[in-house]
Design a protein around this ligand. Structure first.
Ligand code: CA
Length: 305
């Protein structure tokens, strides 16, 4: 099943109006001048280089952090069973971990997700974790992707989700745009930490449909926020206190669309994160592998004391 994403295109506006979601459009239109001006002000500086083709298969193995207390991370990315290309990028820094799920014609999705990965790692991974810095870096990544497609009609319409965790001494900072997800397994309970910026989940949050209906809704792949599709981006940044034993799962919809939360929990419980990562990818593929499957798992052994 080929995904169709509409990011405030004419189609999405028509659809959102149809579903009574004009408030979202109005809210975005009223966003602060500061954020709206930023892309133009900074337009002289760098662009991302077009990356090599995204690789399928297993991504780099665990980062070995030194500065933020003991934790370990693994990642996997797989092209899946239906797609020709892998448009996802995994983000595996020293303290910064996540996924970006690109979209757009030609190789635009790969370019967009890789651009965001590279921008965030460059701007953040050697810095002291800070929520404002995280937000600014995602806004800067948005600017780079947006400018790049202005210069290249083949990349027109490209964009990407991004969901990252940034490990600080006692806190986990979460940065998020789009419908990739951050989950946390704590004391056996799995919680989705991020809100999906998708049309169906906004409909579910407003009570128009149930979460169960959202899960099988034909428009469940329509996202309402993305990085790089517009001059501005609305970024969610959260701060969560770390607890020993927490397990964080950051994944693209190629995993969470194919595998129910209960199954994610079951596969994360009581095993090594490397084994869990393998089992999660296998589960998504066995369920049909309709999309690229990418995930990062971080196991936290640090707490407040
Ligand atoms: Ca996807």
């Amino acid at each position: 099943m080929k995904k169709h994403r509409f990011i405030f295109s004419k189609e999405s506006k028509a659809r959102m109006a149809e579903y009574g979601s004009e408030n979202e459009l109005n809210r975005k239109a009223a966003q602060s001048d500061e954020q709206a001006k930023r892309p133009q002000e900074a337009a002289k500086t760098t662009e991302c280089v077009v990356p090599p083709a995204a690789s399928a298969g297993t991504a780099p193995e665990p980062a070995v952090p030194e500065a933020a207390g003991p934790f370990a991370a693994v990642s996997r990315t797989d092209v899946g069973k239906m797609r020709a290309n892998n448009e996802d990028s995994v983000i595996m820094g020293k303290r910064l971990f996540g996924v970006a799920d690109g979209m757009g014609g030609h190789n635009g999705g790969e370019v967009a997700s890789a651009c965001v990965r590279d921008t965030l790692l460059t701007l953040l991974d050697d810095k002291e974790p800070d929520p404002k810095l995280l937000k600014r870096a995602i806004i800067e990544a948005n600017r780079k992707v947006y400018l790049q497609q202005l210069d290249n009609t083949e990349l027109s319409g490209m964009g990407t989700t991004v969901s990252v965790v940034w490990v600080h001494d006692v806190s986990m900072y979460v940065g998020h745009v789009g419908d990739s997800r951050v989950y946390r397994l704590r004391k056996g309970e799995l919680n989705q930490i991020t809100d999906d910026h998708s049309l169906v989940m906004e409909m579910a949050r407003s009570g128009m449909i149930t979460k169960e209906e959202a899960r099988s809704h034909p428009m469940r792949n329509v996202i309402t926020r993305a990085v790089g599709t517009n001059t501005e981006v609305d970024v969610d940044v959260l701060q969560v206190v770390r607890e020993p034993g927490d397990v964080w799962l950051i994944c693209s919809d190629g995993l969470h669309d194919m595998v129910e939360d209960d199954k994610l929990r079951e596969l994360l419980l009581d095993r090594s994160i490397a084994k869990a990562a393998d089992l999660l990818v296998k589960e998504a593929l066995d369920a049909g592998g309709r999309d690229n499957v990418s995930l990062v798992i971080v196991r936290d052994a640090e707490g407040q004391g």
